[in-house]
Ligand binder design. Sequence first.
Ligand code: ATP
Length: 366
Amino acid sequence: MPDVRFEHIVKRFGTLSVLEDLNLTVADGEFLVLLGPSGCGKTTLLNLLAGLLDVTGGRITIGDRDVTELDPSQRGLAMVFQSYALYPTKTVEGNLRFGLAAQKLDRAEIDRRVAWAAQLLQLERMMNRKPSQLSGGQRQRVAIGRALVKHAGVLLFDEPLSNLDAKLRTEMRLEIKKLHQSLHQTIVYVTHDQIEAMTMATRIAVMDQGVIQQIGTPDEIYERPANLFVARFIGSPAINTFDATLALEGERILARHAPTGIAIDLTRHAFGRRPEQGAPVVIGLRPEHFAVNGAVREDDAVRLSLPVRYSERTGSDATAFLEAGDQLVAIRIEPSLMAGLRIGDAMNASFPGEKLSVFDARSGLR
Ligand code: ATP
């Protein structure tokens, strides 16, 4: 499978600049997810790769071919759209076969590919149905099948699960992931849904305002966010952030959170550069890394005792929200603890130094 390179990409719509000097390489066989909020430019980037939009500047290569000026049909890509874009008058089989006739493949090869996709996506029993006789998930599987039969080097997905209900989305996520694991196809997948990105991607490129904020494995992005935007965009419940001020006291480095008086011990934290006295920082604490009650560790970097404001259970997880000045601290707890929680009672919690993130409050950088 070929790799995909975006080199110094610029895209403007009239005077609106959407992408300025964007560089990105999608490795061969990788499942790369472009993740970001609405309007960040991810669809524009995908459409530039697909050839549905022209670049204002820069170069796009697929394998060793410069495709920047090529027609979409000549780029060796297949695309799955949010809207499915099936032909309403054709059957499932007709939809799967349609693009292949145009590729001038012989009949036996078309039969073979269509049968392969139908089996892979479990469409065999509905080959004679029209799209209007299919559920949303089945339609999306046909749309994926139609892309797969092209045997394109690179598969593009534009928010393909947005129109499905939550349960189907979860199922299709798994199907697409399995598909990638068995076909090892290079995939570029656009979404604003962090769960989709976290569960399917081999690497995620997080975008905001036309700029790639961080690119890394789901683990790297989650555990070591490069900046506050990434930290806050990924994670549910969201990361807890505390505005604090650095205090250098002899050998010790503390981050003090004025509203609560909480002092976070950063003495053993590996700072990228020398910490300054009085520097404003933001401390990031993921809800699931807290220890509570009897499990609290005396030598953890953060120790707190705060009143419980409320708690909620979402299936296998539970979260307690503690009041810290004018903000809430979300702490993931064992669901079995919920029964014993009383609003207003203090909960003891601690957080290990190796799991916390420190950001420069001025630049937002880690
Ligand atoms: P969404 O998830 O909402 O689709 P996105 O991250 O994919 O968002 P894009 O669709 O790439 O964002 O849009 C990026 C910016 O470019 C937006 O400000 C959008 O308004 C603008 N834009 C996109 N297409 C055009 C166009 N054809 N003409 C003018 N502006 C456009």
